[in-house]
Each structure stands twice: as C-alpha cells, then as structure tokens.
Design a protein around this ligand. Structure first.
Ligand SMILES: Cc1ncc(COP(=O)(O)O)c(C=O)c1O
Length: 398
C-alpha cells in the first residue's frame, strides 16, 4: 500500500512511538472483535456498575440544558470537593482554586504535566513494567524515557537503589505509580521514605505521583501520598481520578494537584488540549465525592473474592506472580507453560480467553502476562477453568 503524504510527514517523535504503528494492545483486542465466546481479562475497566447517584447527577446536568465550558481548572465546587478529599484521605492541603486542575481523566493530567515540565532530551525515570501511556506521553513531550527495572522477586516494588543508579545530570523527573499497573505492586511507606531521601539529594528533580489505584488496595495496605513526605510537596505533582475507584472510566475525569505556581503554568497547556472537562462528567465526579462512600467497601469485598479465585488457580498450577496488593491485575509468570508469553496469549484465544502478554508493558517481559479479574464471579470461574485447560495442554505439549 502506498503511503499518504501525511504518513510520510510524521514527526520524528511520533515515529519513536512504535514507528507510528498500532499498539499491540489494540491489535490483540481487534483480533477477537465481535466474538462473544471470549472472556476478556485484558482491559483495566471496572465491570462493577457505576453507582446510580453518579449517573443521575450527569443526567440532571444534561436535563438542565446548560452544558457549557467550565474554567480550564474545572468547576470550583468539584475542585473544592477534591481539596477536601486530599485533606481527608491523604493528609494533603491544597487550595481548590490555585492548586488543583481537573482534566479529562488522569491520562490528561499525565500528558499536561509532562508537556509542562519537559525540555527536549530531559530524562524521565519510569519503573518498568509500566503503564504504556507513560512512554508515549514522555516521548510526545520531547523527553527521554529511562526505565528503572522492578522484579517479581521483590513484588515489583520500585527500589531507591535502582532509582539512584539511573539518575544522570539530565534527569528531570521521577514517575511513581503506586499501586502499579500492570504489576499490581505497591511501594511501601518505608520504601517511599527511602525514595524521598534520594530525591531530596537532587535539587532539580521533580516527581509525578500517580495514585489512580489508591482505593483499590488489599490486606490492610495503607496508601501514602508521596507529597506528604518531608520536602516533597513543593516538587510533587499528585495525579488521581475517578475511573478506577468509582467505575467511571468513560466519564473521563481526573485531576492533578501541585504548588500554585506550577498549576498556574500548567493551566494554559491544559486549556489548549481540551479547554475543560465535560460538564456532565464533572457533575458526576462531584456526586462521587459528595455521595455515600459504601460503594468503595463493597467494591473491595468483590475484588478480594475475585483475587482469591485467581490466586487459588495460579497457586494450584504453579504460576508465580508478584504479590498483587493494589489494582485488579496479576502480573503472572507463565514460563512454566513452556511457551513465551506472546505465544501463550495467542494460544489462549483458542480456549476463549483474552489477556495481554507482558511485552506490551516492558520490552523484556517475555515470561509474563497481565490478566485482570474484571469479570463477574461466574465468568471468572469459567475463565480459570479455561486457563487450567490451556496450561495443562501447553505443559503436555498439546
Ligand atoms: C497507572 C494509570 N494511570 C493513569 C491511567 C489513566 O486513567 P484515566 O485517564 O481513566 O483516569 C491509567 C489507566 O488505566 C493507569 O493505569
């Protein structure tokens, strides 16, 4: 097929993202499009329905007929509710008007903060395996990604020594994602404090702390916001959102908080990207924060159960994994199947099962798959039966 003029005109930085080709993540999903025999454990979208009071709030906004832009930072009522949430949940004080920006998902906060901070060639430290939007956004912002490895034996926890080893004169930014997607690992309070010690030594080093999975944690794990550690508030951008905690992926509401002079500078890039977040969605987010919070406990009871189902199947088969302490994934080592993860995930489709091979999240992760438990219990039971059959067939060379 001949190339269009526009394809030939692609910017060098676009070509650095998979040569301008489609992500294998979407290729995998397209392969099974329209097939209703497939159990999809591939995406990070909660299947638990959005609480009805949240949906009602969006509907009321639509019915009002007043659906305009808001200030780029978001409706002040929503920013006030977010500031209150920061105080209550994270022990962080942010001024609603000057220190919080509402964005189209946490993803836009990520893009805006990288665009706001990076000069060409600035290095950004990112734990790997990683959420794939980070490398793409770092590249689009002109930055250089420096991967910091995390390993199964350490439950994929990012270690201060690994950060220290990766720091150079060009390091501008450290990205922390805890709990982590895809590994489901967390950074403990002790390790966070050691990371803060490393950061404190580097006067120019800024931090993005992505806390999107903060509410999805297990076994009594207590999430700590990096910005609460001594000296970290003035150099940390805290990113969060509504997608994972309130089953609100399609509403596209997220936010970031940071010092007022940074937020002021980020406001124009934010405005230039999408002007403001959709108004019905902002009302929905406001309802999520103002409304009853029991949903979160009920959600976690359900996720605990599902995690136990998947863990039992993996333990029985001898599939190993980093301890999943946050999020709704297992980053599971399938090398015992005798196949590499890409072939294993391909073969899984023949058994009616879809998950991602780990190389989508880290170049060298040939032994791993990311598999989510975002399906109702009966479906998950069936999925694990299929997984067992797949595993046993692979091991017996079928
Ligand atoms: C670590 C992490 N950050 C950010 C996002 C973006 O989330 P959203 O834009 O839906 O808030 C995701 C989505 O999966 C994620 O896993």
């Amino acid at each position: 097929m001949s190339q269009s003029l526009l394809r030939k005109a692609l910017a060098e930085r676009t070509l650095r993202i998979r040569g301008g080709h489609e992500s294998p993540y979407f290729q995998i999903q397209r392969k099974v499009e329209g097939r209703d025999d497939i159990i999809r454990l591939v995406r990070g979208e909660p299947d638990i329905p959005t609480p009805s009071h949240i949906i009602e709030a969006a509907k009321r906004c639509l019915d009002s007929g007043h659906i305009g832009y808001t200030p780029p930072g978001g409706m002040i009522e929503l920013r006030e509710a977010i500031a209150h949430k920061f105080k209550k949940d994270n022990n962080l004080e942010y001024d609603a008007e000057s220190e919080i920006l509402v964005t189209a998902g946490a993803q836009e906060s990520m893009a805006v903060s990288l665009q706001t901070l990076l000069d060409p060639g600035d290095e950004v430290l990112l734990a790997t395996p990683h959420y794939m939007a980070y490398p793409a956004n770092i590249t689009m912002a002109g930055g250089k990604i420096v991967y910091v490895p995390t390993v199964e034996e350490e439950d994929f926890e990012l270690k201060p020594e690994a950060i220290e080893a990766a720091i150079t004169d060009r390091t501008k930014l450290l990205v922390l994602v805890t709990p982590n997607n895809p590994t489901a690992g967390v950074i403990t309070a002790e390790t966070l404090s050691e990371i803060a010690d490393v950061v404190r030594e580097r006067p120019g080093l800024a931090v993005i702390s992505d806390e999107l999975y903060e509410k999805v944690v297990y076994d009594g794990f207590e999430h700590i916001s990096f910005a609460t550690l001594p000296g970290m508030r003035e150099r940390t951008i805290t990113i969060n959102g509504f997608s994972k905690a309130y089953s609100m992926t399609g509403f596209r509401v997220g936010y970031m908080a940071g010092p007022a002079d940074y937020i002021l500078a980020a406001t124009e890039p934010r405005h230039s990207l999408s002007i403001s977040t959709s108004l019905p969605s902002q009302h929905a987010a406001l309802a999520a924060l103002h409304g009853p919070q029991e949903f979160l406990d009920e959600m976690m009871v359900e996720y605990h159960r599902r995690r136990a189902v998947m863990r039992a199947a993996f333990d029985e088969l001898g599939v190993t994994y980093g301890e999943p302490r946050g999020g709704f994934y297992f980053f599971a080592n399938v090398s015992g199947s005798g196949m590499d993860a890409v072939s294993f995930a391909d073969k899984a489709v023949d058994y009616g099962l879809l998950f991602s091979p780990g190389n989508i999240f880290a170049e060298g992760a040939v032994d791993y798959i990311r598999i989510s438990y975002l399906a109702p219990r009966e479906e998950l039971d069936e999925a694990m039966d299929r997984f067992r059959r797949l595993w046993n067939d692979c091991r017996s060379g079928k």
